[in-house]
Unconditional design. Structure first.
Length: 546
């Protein structure tokens, strides 16, 4: 396969077949040959090239980093570092659950691996025990980012499920986009399996497992008490209620301070150190080992404690990097300030954010219903404008996110470029918004005609029509681009208790104001002179006939 000699088949999955291969210099690596239906056209090959371009910047001992790839060959493949160890799934099956300090060490190292992938703007999307290999007592994450290659409509429409049901986050099962919080959920499910020897959401038919995942019905029996709060929070059905990876690492590995002037001892085993050294390596490299790995903030603080007199350590370099083709030359080191901030997390106090989100969504629903009853034409126009604005924002932000994923980092011109492209996405969003509003208005109209036939009061009928309009707009055709951004805005508004209650109060007051206007002034038909059945319009004639 290319310049590599295939020695033995070591694994097989939905994405392809993995072989133990030998490079021209004699070193060994894991070479994954991708299946034809995964990488069957130029669009998929280009997507693979973009993924590799981002993933080759990952430098972490917790990751089986990409060493080579051939997206455009007759048989595309991806070559990664070979990890000679059992998968976490096989290790637990043979040796039993992992306990004590080893479990905490595995959870912290796995969190570091996922954080390393996120730091280059890529999501893993398929964290599970079979994608975690054990190198001694330390986990190594494999297959990171490649699940996105199969994120193709040609596959999803045929019933493909991209991932393992028991380790997918609930929002993915609802059809929403994966986020860093989705990988946190999968991390927690994998840690539960390592601690208990069984999946947190049980076994059985895939539909039953996915239903338990959506409802958050997990079994955390036998999870150690010191790990239980972290795992339970990370398995929260609501992505906003999950801790971020830096928060998890801070709890799993409290920062340790070394005495001034003292350096940490390198405890790397000799075979690993010799394997990493090249033939002309004169200087001794200090490698970040399992016991001394820490988040970037802790490393910087420790460096300041040690003083400026100590020379900086050198980064570990793999022997495979020297044999890479020009396509896979290492990228320049990523500046620390460009690593995306994944956000802060605090345990939700007594369900308050969830209550705020429920009240906020209920208030918006009531505002649409009462507003339509008080001023039907004006409210319908405002709902259409709001839907168009939200859908335009959804298209614009998705395009900006895709650009960031392709490049792996944000640029200074991303903001101006998003603003300049928004008129185009306004045009793109107009068609879907028109279909959605016509569908919603037609349902509301049919309900109104039915109510008129039974002689319902005008105000009560319009109130029911407004409720139907709100429901149809939220769940109608193409409404996902309205629901997902709205939920994101609601989650953002309720992250802070004070701000959340302020927004809830404002929306509820607006809904109450619409109800007050309806109660005191009746229905306002502006800009029309009166109700449609009093005019000479076709609609009025139809209503009079019915």
């Amino acid at each position: 396969m290319g310049d590599y000699r295939l020695l033995a088949k070591i694994g097989e999955g939905g994405m392809g077949v993995v072989h133990l291969a030998q490079a021209p210099d004699g070193s060994r690596l894991a070479l994954k040959v991708l299946r034809p239906h995964i990488i069957g056209d130029d669009e998929a090959r280009e997507r693979l090239a973009r993924e590799v371009s981002s993933l080759r910047r990952v430098r972490s001992p917790r990751i089986a980093e990409i060493l080579d790839a051939d997206p455009w060959g007759e048989t595309p493949f991806v070559a990664t570092r070979y990890v000679p160890g059992l998968s976490l799934h096989e290790h637990v099956r043979q040796e039993g659950p992992i306990q004590g300090d080893d479990l905490r060490h595995l959870a912290a190292c796995l969190a570091e691996a996922v954080l390393a992938v996120h730091s280059v703007g890529v999501l893993h999307r398929d964290i599970k025990p079979s994608n975690v290999l054990l190198e001694g007592r330390s986990p190594v994450l494999i297959d990171f980012g490649l699940a996105r290659l199969a994120d193709d409509p040609k596959l999803t429409v045929t019933g493909w499920l991209l991932g393992t049901p028991g380790y997918l986050a609930p929002e993915i099962l609802y059809g929403e986009d994966a986020t860093t919080a989705s990988d946190v959920h999968s991390w927690a499910a994998t840690v539960v399996f390592a601690a208990t020897g069984r999946p947190p959401f049980g076994r059985g038919p895939a539909m039953a497992i996915m239903d338990r995942v959506r409802r958050g019905e997990h079994d955390l029996t036998d999870v150690p008490g010191d790990m239980l709060p972290l795992v339970r929070a990370a398995l929260a059905p609501d992505p906003a209620a999950r801790p971020t990876l830096p928060t998890l690492l801070a709890d799993l590995r409290p920062p340790r301070r070394m005495p001034r002037g003292r350096r940490p001892v390198d405890e790397t085993t000799m075979p690993f150190a010799l394997a990493a050294a090249g033939p002309d390596s004169d200087a001794t490299d200090v490698i970040a080992t399992d016991r001394h790995a820490a988040p970037l903030d802790d490393v910087q603080a420790e460096a300041e404690t040690l003083g400026a007199g100590n020379p900086p350590t050198k980064a570990l370099t793999s022997v495979h990097q020297a044999a890479r083709q020009p396509y896979m030359q290492p990228a320049p080191p990523r500046p620390r300030e460009e690593v995306p901030v994944l956000g802060d997390w605090r345990p939700p106090p007594s369900g308050t954010p969830k209550l705020q989100r429920g009240l906020l969504l209920g208030g918006l629903f009531g505002l649409v219903a009462l507003g339509f009853a008080a001023a039907p034409y004006l409210s319908l126009a405002l709902v259409a404008v709001a839907a168009l604005a939200v859908r335009t924002w959804s298209w614009t932000t998705e395009a900006a996110r895709d650009r960031t994923l392709r490049r792996g980092r944000r640029r200074w011109y991303d903001g101006p470029l998003a603003a300049a492209s928004s008129p185009w996405y306004l045009l793109v969003a107009t068609g879907g918004t028109l279909v959605l509003m016509l569908w919603s208005a037609a349902l509301a109209f049919l309900v109104g005609i039915w109510l008129l036939l039974f002689g319902a009061p005008v105000e009560a009928g319009l109130l029911v029509m407004g409720a139907v309009l709100a429901f149809a707009t939220w769940w109608g055709p193409g409404a996902r681009r309205l629901r997902t951004p709205t939920r994101a805005l609601v989650l953002r508004a309720t992250r802070n208790d004070a701000v959340g209650w302020l927004v809830v109060t404002g929306v509820c007051l607006a809904a109450a104001g619409a109800g007050y206007i309806l109660w005191t002034a009746g229905v306002t038909w502006d800009p029309q002179p009166g109700p449609p059945w009093r005019g000479g319009t076709l609609l009025g004639g139809l209503v009079r006939f019915l």
